[in-house]
Design a protein around this ligand. Structure first.
Ligand SMILES: Cc1cc2nc3c(=O)[nH]c(=O)nc-3n(C[C@H](O)[C@H](O)[C@H](O)COP(=O)(O)O)c2cc1C
Length: 356
């Protein structure tokens, strides 16, 4: 592949900006190896933490695909690109020491391929999280991500997942972790908050080397046939529609933090063109999770090729397009004045009363 794909997240140079995102498809050794073999810039391992409740949650998972009219569709590699994934997930059940040794071995393999396997923790107890991150660092992992408010946290067992969604809370947690962790520390942020860019600023100010966002959204989908909620619970949802929302936050965060602070985009990316869309919005690298669960690692391979083709066609590199569209955003008031344009959008049967 060409070096027009190269990017960096702070001190880490990535051969391309495509990251296999944290999820079921990065929870086994074989799955992580398959993602590395597909040529990704990095793999985000499935998250772990110390809480028994979070591990047990993995036995309560359920997954379904919905079409754009909320009808269930079969789980298949041929599912339409706009299929929405509605599901509950849980965390790694494997003994933490065994898991960390496995990740460290895989990261060594990744290094030989010019890639990375990133350690991933979902915050619960801050001290325990710091100890786990230290253990990952000692084992040799070269970067660690901590998700501070996982989407399932509100629904999971009590004491399994912390929900830090305010700037001061994020400053405190990241400050504690930063004092203990020397390797690059990336902080994953929730989407369900008033202003993601404020959380990103808090993470940066407390010493995070990069931020990734946005996590998925909690939802409830009623089934018309049974008149009950699909999957029986509130659960997380994502689809192609998530992409523009993530892009908006990438652009607004770039505006707040400046062009150099590394942002990692996630949510709604289904192919190499979507990766380009996130890069144009300000992402320095981009994660793909649902697409890999559904279509396997071929989608990583084809996305790298699509992105490379797009860049060649446009005559640009990844580094040149990061934030290009975001920087062209204007204010409503900067747009041309078009008096009366709105009248075209009143439906035709709305007729003004005849004035006698
Ligand atoms: C089944 C499933 C499990 C996930 N598990 C994790 C996780 O353990 N840790 C994490 O940070 N994100 C997790 N995520 C979130 C994804 O990494 C990603 O941010 C999100 O799915 C949006 O991106 P996508 O549209 O590419 O799937 C999970 C997502 C799914 C669908």
């Amino acid at each position: 592949m060409s070096n027009r794909l190269a990017t960096s997240i702070g001190s880490l140079a990535l051969k391309n900006p495509i990251i296999a995102g944290s999820g079921e498809a990065t929870m086994t050794e074989a799955a992580i190896r398959a993602a590395l073999a597909a040529g990704v810039g990095a793999v985000m391992s499935k998250s772990t933490n110390e809480a028994e409740g979070a591990k047990k949650q993995l036995d309560h998972t359920d997954y379904m695909l919905l079409d754009s009219r909320w009808k269930p569709i079969p789980w298949s590699r041929d599912a339409p690109v706009d299929a929405q994934l509605f599901c509950r997930s849980g965390l790694v059940q494997e003994d933490f020491d065994v898991w960390v040794e496995k990740l460290a071995r895989l990261d060594k393999e990744a290094e030989k391929m010019g890639s990375y396997v990133i350690g991933h923790i979902i915050l619960n107890d801050v001290e325990k999280c710091a100890q786990m991150a230290e253990r990952m660092q000692e084992a040799g992992l070269r970067a660690i991500t901590v998700l501070v408010a996982a989407v399932h946290g509100d629904q999971a067992a009590k004491g399994a997942i912390a929900m830090i969604r305010d700037p001061q809370g994020i400053r405190d947690v990241v400050g504690t972790l930063r004092r203990r962790i020397k390797v690059p520390l990336w902080i994953k942020l929730p989407g369900q908050t008033e202003d993601v860019s404020l959380l990103a600023a808090a993470a940066r100010d407390a010493g995070a080397d990069a931020v990734n966002f946005i996590d998925r959204t909690l939802a409830m989908v009623p089934d018309l046939a049974t008149r009950a909620p699909y999957l029986g619970t509130i659960a997380a949802i994502g689809g192609t529609w998530s992409l523009p929302i993530a892009c908006r936050w990438l652009a607004q965060t770039r505006k707040r933090l400046g062009p150099d602070y590394p942002l990692i985009g996630t949510n709604g990316v289904r192919d190499g063109y979507d990766v380009a869309r996130m890069l144009l919005s300000g992402a320095h690298a981009v994660e793909m999770t649902s697409a890999v669960m559904l279509h396997g690692t071929d989608v990583l391979r084809s996305s790298i090729e699509q992105l490379d083709g797009y860049l060649a066609e446009q005559g640009v590199t990844v580094k040149q397009i990061i934030g290009e569209a975001a920087d062209k955003l204007t204010a409503y008031t900067d747009q041309p004045v078009r008096p009366g344009l709105w009248k075209q959008f009143v439906h035709p049967e709305a007729v003004d009363p005849v004035v006698k």
